[in-house]
Write a protein that binds this ligand. Structure first.
Ligand code: NAD
Length: 426
């Protein structure tokens, strides 16, 4: 039977516990969340009232307030949200920012729903969880199918409920409401800094690297754009409807425009089932099915959609030599082992996608001070943190002869346990 996302987290945790030689008492702190808050929220939709499952899982706050995004997705069940909250705690420790880990979710399908109805869900969530979050307590942010506008609505409803202004309670806000410059592309930019550092360490002379990106939302479209500007060739992009491969390379700006206008990447070449064969041939391109991108011919594969996309069924056919995990939990533990045996290097999610939460930390810091940084300052600080985290993970991986995933987990777990020891909790 398929492991749940939380079982996958526990499997990574056990490896870190054994690498660090932790006792059961110490590691038990990271085996279950500190608080699991489950509520039913009533939403008065245009089509009538509905009750939705909503969650906030506060995993660990030994290093600082709970921190993590809110996901609007039909699969966002309690197990998934729990796994994502645990990953947030590890991630914040890997990049050494003063936050713990949390995650939220509302289980429903926002696709094809009106903006107005989605806003009602955002307001209902903020009202229901107003006592559970706070600038020094638990700070939400966007995740899959939530965005800066939804954060703005949540901030508005939260401030109305608690009766005070508190912009730092939520990050990933629009700039006009105290968001940070650079937050929008921060996850992708952070991943690009780590990837560049890795390539520089391993193949400093290598040029003309090809990249395939699964998922074309915030993380995926921005990473395609950034890597294209850095000289990588983007050979494939996909979203939930399907995708496109072109050995000549895809212009991410054009893909973004098509996605924006038609909400379907295949429209770069086709209108429904009618395709421009001449254009396809000229670009040496083809339309691909949603799952096919995982096994595309490329040097670097970037999963930037949902979890569990690289699994034991497709891992053996992966052609990329490097996987940069911008999505959370895209590789199952079984796939991890298959890929290790094939010599594929995985730059794990808790390091690769930590640029988002790092810039959220910058936003929170700026909100607290009421003083705002330039985009250059944000980029400079982000680069510093991401490169330092990569170097620490790389060093541990080499010293202990372990994978980057095991090293990142061990580094994060070690920092959380050290903080817990100092608090006299273990
Ligand atoms: P998003 O909602 O902006 O985009 C998600 C994209 O994935 C969409 O293009 C959607 O069409 C696509 N998708 C969904 N199912 C798919 C499938 N089966 N195959 C291919 N594509 C599919 O979300 P996002 O913010 O870009 O997040 C993507 C991933 O990155 C998630 O795992 C998220 O947890 C992780 N992440 C995001 C951030 C951030 O700051 N946005 C930070 C850290 C991690």
């Amino acid at each position: 039977m398929k492991n749940t996302p939380f079982q996958n987290y526990l499997s990574n945790l056990e490896k870190a516990v054994s690498i660090l030689g932790l006792s059961k008492e110490e590691s038990d702190i990271l085996r279950k969340p500190a608080n699991t808050i489950e509520k039913k929220i009533k939403v008065d939709f245009e089509e009538g009232e509905k009750e939705l499952n909503a969650y906030r899982v506060q995993f660990n706050n030994a290093r600082g307030p709970y921190k993590g995004g809110i996901r609007f997705h039909e699969d966002a069940d309690i197990d998934e949200v729990k796994a994502l909250s645990a990953a947030m705690a590890i991630k914040c420790a890997v990049v050494n920012i003063p936050f713990g880990g949390a995650k939220g979710g509302v289980q429903f399908n926002p696709k094809h729903m009106s903006k107005h109805d989605i806003e009602k869900v955002a307001r209902a969530f903020a009202r229901a969880f107003a006592n559970d979050i706070g600038i020094d307590k638990d700070i939400p942010a966007p995740d899959v199918y939530t965005n800066p506008s939804i954060m703005a609505i949540m901030l508005d409803e939260y401030e109305k409920t608690v009766g005070r202004s508190e912009p730092g309670v939520i990050t990933g806000k629009p700039i006009e409401l105290g968001g940070s410059l650079g937050r929008d592309s921060a996850t992708a930019q952070g991943g690009a800094y780590v990837l560049a550092e890795f390539i520089n360490t391993i193949f400093p002379k290598k040029k003309d690297l090809t990249v395939a990106v699964q998922g074309f939302g915030n993380a995926g479209s921005n990473v395609a754009k950034i890597l294209h500007c850095m000289g990588y060739t983007i050979v494939a992009v996909s979203d939930s409807k399907g995708g496109v491969y072109s050995s000549q390379g895809i212009d991410p700006e054009h893909a973004i425009k098509v996605k924006h206008e038609k909400d379907d990447l295949t429209h770069m070449y086709c209108e429904g089932t009618v395709c421009d064969l001449e254009k396809l041939e000229r670009d040496n391109a083809k339309i691909i099915k949603n799952g096919d991108i995982i096994t595309m011919d490329c040097d670097i594969l970037i999963p930037a959609a949902l979890d569990g996309q690289i699994h034991k069924g497709n891992a053996k056919d992966v052609k990329a030599k490097i996987i940069l995990e911008l999505a959370n939990g895209p590789t199952t533990p079984e796939a991890d082992e298959i890929l290790r045996d094939k010599g594929v290097t995985i730059i794990p999610d808790v390091l690769a996608n930590a640029g988002g939460v790092t810039t959220s930390y910058f936003e929170w810091t700026q909100n607290r001070n009421g003083f705002y940084w330039t985009e250059e300052e944000v980029q400079e600080r982000l680069k510093l943190i991401m490169v330092k985290a990569f170097t620490a993970v790389w060093k541990m991986s080499k010293e202990k002869g372990i994978s980057l995933r095991n090293a990142a987990f061990a580094l994060g777990v070690d920092r959380i346990i050290q903080a817990s020891r100092l608090r006299g909790k273990v």
